[in-house]
Design a protein around this ligand. Sequence first.
Ligand SMILES: [Zn+2]
Length: 161
Amino acid sequence: MEARIIVEKLHIVVQPGRSLTRSMYLQLLGELPQVIWKGLIFQNQARPKATFTLWLCLHGKMLTTERLNKWGMNVDPTCVLCRSYFEDKDHLFTECSYGNQVWNRLLNWIGQPFITPQSWTQHLEWSLTHGKGKSAQARIFRMLNAEIVHAIWNERNTRIS
Ligand SMILES: [Zn+2]
């Protein structure tokens, strides 16, 4: 009885043939903002660990020295790949000279010119543009995108340990 009152207050429409739970789930799902980068993750032919690293990166969940220092851990904030700037996600994947060399070499390998991005947002938009669709080139780009992010992060971790 109480649940029915809540459902009525939430204006949940139960479609014929659907359970109340599923109707609530679908309605709540519809209210969530679309994740614009989901196309870079799903149906990606990269290794699962590379896709997971990309997922962490896109969620901003990587344990960069910037994040660790914000949590009160006292770690050297300098990027171990270029030793020139503070390390954060934006630096590692858009500004770092080491990272840019990896992007440049591997994208040239598939005939995709690499333009050094000015910001993470610009890099993400560029990735979404080239990784969109079902063409062989888009599929290869998505795979390589995940593998490059993983390779840069892996190299960074190797140098720290
Ligand atoms: Zn760097």
